[in-house]
Write a protein that binds this ligand. Sequence first.
Ligand code: 5GP
Ligand code: ZN
Length: 135
Amino acid sequence: MKERECIFCKIAAGEIPSATLHEDDEFRVILDLGPASKGHALILPKEHFRNLYDIDGETAARAMKLAKKMITKMTDVLGCDGYNIVQNNETCAGQTVFHFHIHLIPRYEGDQVGLGWQSGELTEEVKNEILKKMK
Ligand code: 5GP
Ligand code: ZN
């Protein structure tokens, strides 16, 4: 399904030009227009899914397989030192474009890319509450 007003549907379909690093029947990988670091890329499925809640498991698995292939090649091409794979779901988690995508963010020793969080503490109470609910 393609959403008429979805910008990533249009980019994935090639209706809007993009800096494409890879394309196959199912995915397009493009450079992010607002990169966190040099070479920041996005994996877009050509089919529209809102996010990870919405996408089927098989497509999600193929997207992650492609992420591995892309970062292996791009580490060579860019000469970066590592990678963050980021995937945001819903507004509270930072999702701004509501078409499933995986961020491939190259990391360079000493870069100032900020993806961190402040570590809290796993209390006994919270741990037990979650473990109980998961049963
Ligand atoms: P999100 O915050 O939804 O996880 O990530 C959306 C990403 O898409 C952002 O990193 C943003 O820079 C990128 N982006 C938004 N619009 C466009 C666009 O039209 N072209 C490209 N190449 N990237 C875009
Ligand atoms: Zn879409």
